[in-house]
Design a protein around this ligand. Structure first.
Ligand SMILES: Nc1ncnc2c1ncn2[C@@H]1O[C@H](COP(=O)(O)OP(=O)(O)OP(=O)(O)O)[C@@H](O)[C@H]1O
Length: 610
């Protein structure tokens, strides 16, 4: 009952038994350090798994320290008694040989899959072996038994299948092999198993025969424990693909070894291409988490902030407070420290790539830039300090992606704001009439083509003491000679502008003479906090609240059309109505906003043509 309530995944019984076997071999190693009569030749130490399908048994043998009758009574007979923990306390454990066991429950997980467990064991000190046997609930028996070699065999009689559970999988070679790979790949000692192979039958063409071959299943040496100097890029790339982190070739790996308040090793990868489900809610972020080389969690989410969710890799630490099932973590203080550290490593590495390998960064940004901008926006802008130097936008003058820092460095002294223009694509923004004045001044404009851009920038608010300003905003902070002039024109044409405003009613907040238009007849500008681009985005969301930006229709007083308007005001009110509506709808179209009545619009064009 206890075991079934501790563990959520049945398959971890194998992880627990293999960890015990590894601990048992480690203990021999330690004994050898203090006792010259014990020699530790590494090649003599291994773990072996054997499957007997006919008898439904799975046997796990190790060449470790073994158990005496008393050991069996104390350690296997008493739940929550850990001989391994006691050993760890008695011996000063060092040089990366860390004993895994600590709670004294792992062994019993065998009863999740076995109806009967037999342990056959012998120590170095005695020729007499002992057999411990139990069906789980009703106690156990211990009796003397013959065992040729020092070490322990654990024989599991696998349960029969039930309606709900398939236990057969635990006597299937491929399944056992894959569980070992998953959890125990980096156990230091070889885990051997007889694997069925097939070869062409001699003398008979087209026929095959099966044979059995002993193989080592685990990779043994965790590459994260190796010295960085010993590892090539290829080694890291191989690890990336072996671990199925992705099918691409990562653009960078980060190998971290920290010895401090918490000690851990980590290998992190920045992938090159976006996983197909990356921008969906199915995508699960997280790093693999190992404790002393044994896999604890596939995807530990706490280790990565959302804005770095594209990072793949693993963390191994001996300092984690695991809970009894090793499935979740008891306190997350250590984990938080590691996560913080990892976040900074990733940030610094990205900054490095940005500075030294720009082309690589461009590629990376193309895939994951949106996520970084989302990070700036999320949590009320809490992470903007970490991210604002990593984001980029397309520049009107450089014709490529640039950082905010690069923009500000290039700003002429008299330029007050960081200008941006929003739109669906670079091509469309290039044609926006609102950009005319700013471009004319020779100022650089950042193009915002992602939905998130303007929202993210709102969170940053100021970069290096410079405010951001949309080219559509009412006040561009640009002093022009025409300014005075346009104020006069505004005054002179008050009657016309008021009439046009009346015609458009609540569609616009105002109609004004434009200070920014050079060649185009009209454009929409906006007043207030909500920009036209934001209106579009918010209204395209599922539960839109039909928000409206405060729009101002701006007219170019130097355009020929303006004369026509003045004329119409004097002589023909129907014409003024027609022209005003046409111009307003044109401004909407330029802005990429929908026209409320397209049929009326086309009819109006025909009226002008006729
Ligand atoms: N293969 C083995 N060889 C020698 N001793 C073993 C072996 N398997 C188990 N033991 C002994 O039995 C004890 C209990 O094992 P169990 O797996 O229940 O707990 P643990 O490994 O100490 O702790 P945890 O629950 O953290 O795994 C171990 O501490 C060890 O002393």
């Amino acid at each position: 009952m206890m075991i079934n309530s501790i563990y959520t995944h049945r398959e971890i019984f194998l992880r627990e038994l293999i960890s015990n076997a590894s601990d048992a071999i480690d203990k021999t190693y330690y004994k050898g350090l203090n006792d010259s009569s014990v020699s530790f030749e590494k090649e003599n130490y291994f773990i072996k798994l054997s499957i007997d399908k006919d008898n439904r048994t799975l046997t796990l043998s190790d060449t470790g320290i073994g158990m005496s009758k008393e050991d069996m009574e104390e350690n296997l007979g008493v739940i929550a008694k850990s001989g391994s923990l006691a050993f760890k306390k008695d011996n000063e454990i060092k040089d990366g040989y860390d004993i895994i066991g600590q709670f004294g429950v792992g062994f019993y997980s065998a009863f999740m899959v076995a109806e009967n467990v037999t342990v056959l064991s012998r120590t170095q000190e005695s020729d007499q072996g002992y057999k411990w046997e139990s069906q789980g609930a009703d106690g156990y028996t211990i009796e003397p038994a013959t065992k040729e070699t020092v070490g322990t065999d654990i024989i599991l009689k696998i349960k029969e299948n039930t309606e709900d559970e398939n236990y057969d999988e635990y006597i299937e070679e491929y399944r056992i092999k894959s569980i070992i790979k998953k959890y125990s790949d980096f156990i230091r000692y070889p885990i051997k198993m007889d694997i069925t192979q097939s070869k062409p039958k001699e003398g008979v063409e087209g026929e095959y025969e099966e044979y059995s071959e002993e193989q080592i299943i685990n990779s043994m040496v965790p590459i994260w424990r190796k010295n960085k100097n010993e590892l090539s890029d290829e080694d890291y790339e191989n690890f990336y693909s072996e671990k199925h982190y992705g099918f691409d070739k990562p653009i960078k790996h980060i190998h971290v070894s920290v010895d401090g308040v918490v000690s851990y090793n980590s290998i992190l990868y920045i992938p090159e291409s976006i996983p197909f489900d990356y921008y969906t809610k199915e995508y699960e972020k997280g790093l693999e988490l190992y404790s002393s080389g044994v896999l604890i969690m596939d995807k530990c989410q706490e280790l990565l902030p959302d804005y770095f969710s594209f990072v793949k890799g693993m963390v191994d630490s001996e300092d984690l407070s695991l809970n009894i099932s090793r499935e979740i973590l008891q306190h997350d203080r250590q984990l938080k420290l590691i996560a913080k550290n990892i976040k900074n490593k990733i940030k610094n590495e990205l900054q490095n790539i940005l500075t030294n390998e720009r082309e690589k960064y461009d590629g990376f940004y193309n895939s994951f830039g949106r996520q970084l901008k989302f990070g700036v926006y999320s949590d009320y802008g809490n992470h903007k300090e970490d991210l604002q130097d990593l984001i980029m936008f397309y520049s009107s003058t450089e014709k490529k992606m640039v950082t905010l820092n690069e923009y500000v460095e290039r700003m002429p002294e008299e330029q007050k704001y960081i200008y941006y223009a929003s739109g669906e694509s670079i091509e469309r923004i290039e044609k926006l009439p609102q950009t005319e004045l700013v471009s004319d001044k020779g100022y650089e404009i950042l193009y915002f083509t992602d939905d998130i851009d303007e929202f993210a920038i709102r969170m940053i608010n100021m970069y290096k003491e410079k405010e951001f300003r949309s080219v559509s905003s009412g006040d561009l902070g640009i002093e022009t000679e025409e300014k005075e002039e346009s104020a006069d024109t505004q005054e002179e044409n008050k009657a016309l502008l008021d009439s046009m405003k009346d015609i458009l009613k609540d569609k616009v907040k105002d109609v004004k003479i434009s200070k920014r238009l050079k060649n185009h007849p009209v454009c929409l500008a906006n007043e207030g906090d909500l920009t036209i681009e934001m209106e579009k985005i918010l209204n395209s969301m599922p539960n839109n609240q039909d928000v409206k930006a405060e729009k101002v229709l701006e007219i170019n007083a130097n355009h020929e059309v303006f004369e026509k308007l003045k004329n119409a005001l004097e002589n023909d009110s129907d014409k003024l109505d027609l022209y005003t509506n046409l111009l307003y709808n044109q401004a909407l179209l330029i802005e990429g906003l929908p026209i409320s009545d397209p049929v009326e619009f086309t009819n109006n064009i025909c009226k002008v043509m006729m």
